[in-house]
Write a protein that binds this ligand. Structure first.
Ligand SMILES: Nc1ncnc2c1ncn2[C@@H]1O[C@H](COP(=O)(O)OP(=O)(O)O)[C@@H](O)[C@H]1O
Ligand SMILES: [Mg+2]
Length: 427
């Protein structure tokens, strides 16, 4: 067993360095060998209980293959999780001591670092404090931008600057959503509190990709900010993926906010895939939900509602309401969308393509309009002729069909098993 080799190696090192010092062998936290933690935590750092960290010495352990993960922090690529062996040095009341530490991958299938450490028998408190600050250094960062906290997604693009009127969806649906949110913040919070419940309401926006869910969240965020609420935005779209850790960080921000909070969690389905599922369910059940006395409203989105299984949808209280965000339903909606994206280049004859836009998401119409307008500009024309618009519709439809065929024929090769995106809402 790999961990036995690590412990054996560490014991030999211990014998050479501290032959008279009793130690305990523990499962340690893999964050201590994370390069982000090692960069951030400098020698001299004070730890709880009169101890200081004095730096580290890398050790050669023949049982460990050194290898690193990497990811972006701000604009730079940096090394992150790393396997390796170290002597971490500390001093307490003038007495130096060390922790011999080794972290390694254990098998080919699970890319999980596991770490062991030999700690002086009476220094477990210091080591625990050190592990704690390492874990904190590595956690996805919260970036605060005026009234918006963004969790994860170092490069995530979330701009709470969308106008409510720019979201083209059935008015009834938009009003319904807005009424729900306002009713919660105005009356709901009091009622929850009277009932001694944490004021936490949970809404889900579900629909195929490109129907405007993210846009709706951004427009909601803009309104929330205007009303003095705080927005917490959680993105699963970075290297850390959809980890429960992010939800926990979000909840810390929510609980500490001291203002009403709009909590946006994109692609909720992704959090329900792995081991974290039980914990996410606990959150939805209220067992682990944040208690912000000013009220917090969760606005979650999903492109794959079938991944949000019956346990959530059918059980009362887990999600308070699901809003289906539809594709374009009729000619009126289609024309409105097309006019919006053609802007001042709209011409009445463009109405001829409107029928072909029904059942498509808004993102499709935007692409069609952009493409047609670029074609026109490229041939130095100020007007977008109808045939250009038609060509643009045809071209995009062809491209989408080709993609679909490609994915379908590839499926037997095993793409379907690994590619979440092949389990499309619409098929
Ligand atoms: N209902 C809509 N009204 C206006 N524009 C839309 C709409 N739906 C999609 N779009 C356009 O398509 C882009 C992608 O939509 P997005 O909100 O990211 O979709 P989703 O989050 O549902 O996948 C938007 O930025 C916008 O330009
Ligand atoms: Mg989206």
């Amino acid at each position: 067993m790999q961990y036995e080799r690590l412990v054996q190696w560490a014991r030999e090192i211990w014998q050479q360095r501290w032959p008279d010092q009793p130690y305990i062998t523990i499962w340690a936290s893999a964050e201590c060998s994370n390069m982000i933690a090692q960069q951030q935590i400098r020698a001299g750092r004070k730890l709880r209980g009169r101890a200081h960290y004095k730096g580290l010495e890398p050790l050669e352990c023949p049982a460990i293959v050194p290898i690193s993960d990497y990811g972006s922090r701000g604009k730079k690529m940096v090394l992150t999780a790393t396997s390796g062996a170290y002597a971490f040095k500390f001093v307490m009341d003038g007495e130096p001591f060390e922790v011999i530490y080794a972290s390694s991958y254990f098998d080919d299938d699970v890319q999980d670092l596991t770490a062991i450490a030999l700690v002086p028998a009476d220094k477990l408190d210091t080591w625990a404090a050190f592990e704690f600050i390492c874990a904190r250094a590595v956690r996805p960062r919260i970036r605060r931008r005026r009234d918006v906290y963004i969790i994860g997604g170092t490069d995530a693009f979330f701009d709470p600057n969308v106008e409510w009127d720019d979201v083209i969806l059935p008015e009834e649906l938009k009003n319904d959503l807005l009424d729900d949110v306002e009713a919660f913040f105005h009356e709901g919070v009091q009622i929850y509190r009277q009932l001694k419940l944490a004021p936490f309401r949970k809404l889900l926006l579900a629909g195929v990709p490109g129907t405007g869910k993210t846009m709706l969240c951004a427009a909601m965020a803009k309104r929330a900010i205007a009303k003095g609420r705080i927005v917490v935005y959680v993105s699963g779209a970075d290297r850390d993926g959809a980890s429960f850790e992010k939800i926990q960080r979000a909840f810390q921000a929510v609980t500490a906010a001291r203002y009403p909070v709009l909590l946006i969690v994109e692609e909720l389905d992704a959090y329900l895939q792995g081991d974290d599922k039980a914990r996410v369910l606990n959150v939805l059940d209220g067992v682990e939900s944040p208690n912000n006395p000013e009220g917090s409203l969760l606005l979650a989105t999903t492109n794959y509602p079938e991944a949000i299984d019956e346990r959530i949808v059918k059980r009362p209280g887990r999600l308070d309401r699901i809003f289906i965000i539809p594709t374009i339903q009729d000619r009126i909606q289609a024309e409105k969308m097309l006019r919006h994206y053609m802007a001042d280049q709209w011409r009445p004859e463009h109405v001829a393509v409107v029928n072909r836009l029904i059942d498509q998401p808004g993102a499709f119409v935007r692409e069609v309009a952009l493409h047609a307008r670029m074609l026109a500009a490229h041939s130095r024309r100020t007007e977008v002729a109808l045939d250009m618009l038609e060509e643009s519709v045809e071209g995009l439809l062809r491209q989408m069909n080709a993609e679909r065929d490609f994915l379908t024929t590839r499926r037997p090769l095993g793409l379907a098993a690994t590619n979440r995106r092949s389990r499309r809402f619409e098929d």
